[in-house]
Design a protein. Structure first.
Length: 238
């Protein structure tokens, strides 16, 4: 659910660009969800630039925050992979997911902005990247043998195991995308209802406090599942 007044849409309207979605390619690219998705990406780039422009041996300020994020996430992934080499392979994508989704989620708590992750197209796009990544890693580490994972331990079981594996991976696609989308859009709907029914001040605060926690948890869950799927694809069992 979008806020009734979106600053980015007003800006696009002012310069004569389509800002409210539609069926043409330009209207779809500049839909409100895409506007805020691009805005979240720009914020990620700005934060990265600011944190690394004047790096010091003893970090402080934003450099300290970003180093804590990077170091903590790297240690978490290494606990799953037990291999620094594998960690460094998947870390850039997983860290990008974490920072982008976290910023995108919190944008919905700012009046005049919306969470792009409250749009199913955005969450499906992120999920598609995650799915392609871990299948590519499976093929990279195991070659054609990776495909045998979908056939079962013996050829005779392939007709039964293959459909199960396909449905399992489709379930992962839907689980990643719909979980993030559902939680974000429900937060937007609840906030909208409280604003309309109880006023814009104290009444929506409990939902906003809950939204702060939900935004953080959902970003972590997406990162964690992407990591688990990638580790599973790279593991020797395949």
């Amino acid at each position: 659910m979008e806020h009734p007044l979106l600053f980015l849409s007003l800006l696009f309207d002012a310069v004569g660009l389509p800002a409210h979605g539609g069926t043409s390619p330009l209207e779809m690219i500049l839909s409100p969800a895409m506007q805020h998705s691009f805005f979240a990406m720009i914020i990620c780039l700005i934060l990265a630039k600011m944190a690394t422009s004047k790096m010091e041996m003893i970090p402080k300020g934003l450099q300290n925050v970003m180093e804590a994020f990077v170091g903590g996430l790297e240690d978490f992934i290494t606990e799953q992979t037990h291999d620094r080499t594998k960690t460094r392979i998947i870390f850039p994508v997983v860290a990008t997911f974490g920072l982008y989704i976290l910023i995108a989620n919190y944008m919905g708590l700012i009046p005049g902005l919306m969470s792009p992750t409250a749009d199913l197209h955005i969450t499906l796009g992120c999920t598609a990247i995650s799915i392609v990544m871990y299948h590519a890693l499976g093929i990279r580490f195991h070659g054609v043998k990776y495909l045998k994972h979908f056939m079962g331990p013996v050829p005779a079981m392939a007709p039964v195991v293959f459909p199960i594996e396909i449905f399992s991976h489709i379930g992962r696609l839907l689980s990643l995308a719909i979980r993030l989308f559902g939680n974000m859009v429900s937060k937007e709907i609840l906030l909208g209802l409280f604003f309309m029914l109880a006023g814009p001040y104290l009444a929506p605060l409990p939902i906003m406090f809950l939204g702060v926690l939900v935004c953080l948890i959902q970003a972590f869950i997406f990162m964690m599942l992407s990591t688990v799927y990638s580790v599973e694809a790279m593991s020797e069992e395949h």
